[in-house]
Design a protein around this ligand. Structure first.
Ligand code: MG
Ligand code: ZN
Length: 236
């Protein structure tokens, strides 16, 4: 039995939602975002429309410069390095975009060079277009990049899944995770769904809990998560 860790990016590795900030900085966040929350479009449609509002200030260089100004959770580097030190494979699963995640992850250093599953912003020389390589119709999740599928394609059904997140796009992932760390709307979602979770404020809190759990070899499978994974493997 192997243990795998998956970490959300926006609001989890980064302090703010960098994706929201990106759209505010280079385009028009509202009224599109309120329309998204009201269910008038899905996330992929929202991103397509939001990116089409970008001004000509948005270039690969200006987006990268914007990204480098964003603050990361001070515990991110130590947590990801710890996963590597105990041979727990770790990946970033995000419904945001590679254009800001890649420079911010590289800012954490070589030890944090982990796989990233996310949407892409493609530059054609004059404008950005969003691409959704992780989109799926088989999951009912509120994301353009399905985190459940990113998890399932990287694990065996009886492996242990650690998941760390904070928001709406993490909902399908936590249903399939054994050890959940949640804050923000994800914590409220877990409470409402009866999914047990550790509440955390920063990734340093997460590391302390994981180190203790690891020392006592106390990573336990969660039956509902195992059944959900088994069901998803059978249906896919
Ligand atoms: Mg998030
Ligand atoms: Zn999903």
């Amino acid at each position: 039995m192997a243990i795998h860790a998956f970490i959300d990016f926006d609001g989890t590795v980064s302090q703010q939602d960098v994706g929201d900030e990106l759209i505010r900085t280079f385009g028009a966040f509202e009224p599109l975002h309120s329309e998204l929350l009201a269910g008038r479009m899905n996330v992929a449609e929202y991103y397509q429309r939001a990116v089409s509002t970008f001004t000509d200030q948005a270039t690969p260089e200006s987006v990268e410069a914007f990204a480098r100004l964003q603050q990361l959770d001070a515990g991110a580097k130590a947590l990801i390095a710890w996963f590597a030190s105990v041979d727990i494979p770790c990946a970033i699963v995000s419904d945001g975009f590679d254009t800001y995640i890649t420079p911010l992850m590289s800012q954490l250093g070589n030890g944090c060079n982990v796989p990233v599953f996310c949407n892409k912003l493609v530059w054609n020389g004059s404008a950005f277009t969003p691409l959704f390589p992780g989109a799926t119709e088989s999951c009912s999740c509120f994301c353009a990049s399905c985190k459940r599928n990113a998890i399932l394609t990287n694990i065996a059904v009886d492996d242990i899944v650690i998941y760390i997140g904070d928001g709406r796009s993490d909902a399908c992932a936590v249903q399939h995770a054994d050890v959940v760390f949640a804050k923000g709307t994800l914590a409220a979602y877990c409470t409402a769904q009866g999914i047990p979770y550790h509440h955390y404020r920063t990734l340093s809190d997460v590391l302390i809990i994981l180190q203790t759990t690891y020392k006592h070899l106390d990573f336990r499978p969660r039956r509902q998560a195992f059944l959900a994974r088994k069901h998803a493997f059978e249906v896919e």
